[in-house]
Ligand binder design. Structure first.
Ligand SMILES: [Zn+2]
Length: 319
């Protein structure tokens, strides 16, 4: 295919990559946050680092094969963390073949000298929700994802706050239970261990809930049971909601936020999660300046990582 040469060029297109333990998503995104083209591969997370990079290269090659690529002026990468912004390197917990992997440089080699920005997935979520989502117009916000893990990012003073290494906003590993269960991170009682989907399912099972025959014991199934009034399912979401409320209140006390935005698969349970969270929040957010804090669902859905990576490529994040 060739470009017609007569259509007006978009004001700016960027390429975005969203790299996680299960999928590598790519997109071309315009300067209003709209996705114009998509590509995707499964992440060969158990394979060596070179094979993971080969999957990234395939996604980039799909994007580069489009005539739209001629309009691309930069590349943004949002990666599972930890990331090291200064080095342009990543060490995703769920991709063991990448430790200190020079992802920014490797992507740069595939895109012919275009500038490449690397951010953590938490910062990407915050950037996406602040740009086109539920934190739009808020100068101070916490944006979270609650799914198989719990992650997040911060908007402070109208800018995404990444921190010197790119990992600021890592709310999943705030402890909300001093003597709680050990967390794989080495601490105890982390909010992730209480609010992530598998924890919700496990706790419901321990208290007598059972999935339908042949069905998985997932947080989605627990949410359906909670909607039907099963006490163990209701209680499990209530505990997750309290853990999230305590962590959100801690952030509000530390840095003063107006809104906490929550997305991810577990947040897709809707009021089953949000109702107990909002009920618990005043028990933890007790100081005068935290009482007006709102908690709302995210709007960017599964595209948050791509849109946030695009925001980084467009220079919308902090310097
Ligand atoms: Zn932890």
């Amino acid at each position: 295919m060739t470009s017609t040469g007569t259509a007006p060029a978009p004001a700016g297109l960027v390429a975005a990559l969203d790299i996680g333990g299960t999928k590598i998503a790519g997109a071309l995104v315009d300067d209003e946050g709209r996705i114009r083209l998509r590509a995707r591969r499964a992440t060969p997370a158990a394979e060596d680092g070179g094979n993971v990079m080969a999957a990234v290269a395939e996604v980039l090659d799909d994007l580069r094969s489009s005539p739209l690529w001629a309009e691309v002026r930069g590349v943004g990468i949002g990666s599972a963390g930890p990331v090291d912004r200064a080095a342009g390197a990543v060490s995703p917990v769920n991709i063991p073949g990448w430790r200190g992997y020079p992802l920014r440089e490797r992507v740069g080699e595939r895109v012919g000298g275009l500038p490449v920005e690397l951010i953590g997935d938490g910062a990407a979520i915050a950037a996406a929700e602040h740009w086109v989502g539920a934190a739009r117009g808020s100068s101070d916000a916490l944006c979270m994802v609650v799914s198989t893990g719990v992650g997040g990012g911060l908007v402070l003073g109208g800018r995404v706050r990444q921190g010197s290494t790119g990992n600021a906003g890592h709310i999943g590993h705030i402890s909300v239970d001093l003597d709680g269960d050990p967390c794989p991170c080495g601490a105890r009682g982390c909010v992730e261990g209480l609010a992530r989907g598998p924890a919700i399912a496990r706790r419901a099972l321990e208290n007598g809930w059972r999935p339908d025959p042949g069905a998985d014991a997932s947080a989605v199934a627990v949410a359906a049971a909670a909607r039907a009034g099963h006490p163990a399912a209701v209680a499990s979401f209530a505990r997750a909601g309290r853990a999230l409320a305590a962590s959100i209140a801690a952030v509000a006390a530390l840095v003063e936020i107006e809104v906490a935005v929550i997305g991810g698969g577990v947040a897709g349970a809707g009021e089953v999660l949000f109702a107990p969270l909002r009920e618990a929040l005043p028990q933890y957010a007790t100081l005068s300046f935290t009482r007006g804090l709102r908690v709302v669902p995210a709007l960017t859905g599964p595209d948050a990582g791509l849109i946030g990576a695009a925001a980084a490529a467009l220079g919308r994040l902090e310097a």
